[in-house]
Design a protein around this ligand. Structure first.
Ligand code: SF4
Length: 330
């Protein structure tokens, strides 16, 4: 790649990374870095507040844990710029300015806003920050001139909104912001133990760093096809969360699992055990690296400080151009 394309992705520090992250944005982030993209990856700690504003005591540990998880997953801070969103005040200023030109209706139409409200109905998250989440995402992208953003089919809406906001800004004030493009990436929907999307907030995850016994226990707790009670009963893999995980993590076995589930030859206990074997093997390297990194004091802080040095000049240049375009200079 002669001119490296700049790619941007953020990770919310809400707890340890899980296999749903790996199948989605973490695995993609590692792959794009290894394919030679110019990668800007950030700890989205302001985004964390949209749903976890009442858990800030955990923030320092979550931020450190996330950085170490990303390093263990294969993010190389020499090749990728890894930084912390809240250490760039330029992001907050640009969010305020873009908020002035973003119609409320655009934000209200984003489907994930209503989904979040529904999924977290027991918690009080119907706040301005959650509604404005896609606007802040837009700022994250444009503050570093992000050219492409890896998104799954379900996030295309967010990026389309970002493009709309950028176009509106550029129409009003001049051609200052780069309009990002979607890099459609495979992000298979990984269900959690209750069959809903795997999510830390739903407490249905399998953590990447979990030890083998914990992985086995977690996999055993998964719901399966409710019509398949015992071995011999024919199953319906298409509705089974365990089969969905096999589809991502047990590629060598997935065809056999599907066939023998349908005939009833395979029982759910053995099927789960097979999945646990694959997960334990797949993430063994992660567990080992993570254990070593966890014993290196201040590593996360040093990585973030170095990332900040690299991203700050770019963010400063962007906000200065925006201020000038909006007549806030001088
Ligand atoms: S055999 Fe496997 S795929 Fe089939 S229902 Fe049981 S756990 Fe699911």
């Amino acid at each position: 790649m002669a001119e490296r394309t700049r790619v941007l992705t953020g990770f919310r520090p809400t707890g340890p990374l899980h296999v749903g992250h790996w199948a989605g944005n973490v695995g993609n982030a590692v792959r794009l870095q290894n394919e030679g993209y110019e990668c800007f990856y950030f700890v989205a700690d302001w985004h964390m507040l949209t749903t976890h504003y009442d858990r800030v005591d955990e923030l320092p540990a979550f931020v450190e844990g996330l950085v170490l998880d990303l390093l263990a997953a294969g993010i190389d801070p020499e090749r990728s710029v890894l930084y912390r969103q809240s250490q760039l005040p330029q992001v907050a200023e640009l969010a305020l300015l873009l908020g002035m030109i973003t119609p409320l209706g655009w934000l209200e139409r984003v489907p994930t806003y209503k989904e979040r409200l529904r999924d977290m109905a027991e918690r009080d998250v119907a706040n301005f920050g959650l509604l404005g989440y896609p606007l802040l995402q837009t700022v994250d992208i444009v503050i570093v001139h992000g050219e492409v953003v890896p998104v799954g089919e379900d996030q295309v809406w967010h990026l389309e909104l970002s493009r709309e906001i950028v176009r509106r800004f550029n129409r009003l004030y001049g051609d200052v912001l780069v309009e990002p493009q979607a890099l459609l990436s495979e992000t298979p929907l990984i269900p959690g133990s209750d069959g809903r999307k795997m999510s830390k907030s739903l407490d249905n995850t399998i953590e990447l760093g979990a030890d083998p016994d914990t992985i086995r226990a977690r996999v055993r707790s998964f719901v399966t096809d409710p019509m398949k009670i015992r071995r011999g009963d024919p199953g319906r893999p298409e509705i089974c969360p365990i089969f969905a995980l096999h589809g991502t993590f047990s590629l060598d076995d997935v065809a056999r699992v599907e066939a023998t589930c349908r005939t009833g030859e395979l029982g759910c206990v053995d099927c789960k055990s097979l999945l646990a074997d694959h997960l334990i093997e797949r993430f063994e390297g992660f567990r080992e690296r993570r254990a070593v990194l966890g014993g290196t004091p201040d590593l996360a802080k040093e990585v973030l400080a170095s990332g900040l040095e690299r991203v700050r000049p770019i963010a400063t240049e962007t906000i200065e151009a925006v201020r000038a375009a909006m007549r806030f200079e001088g």
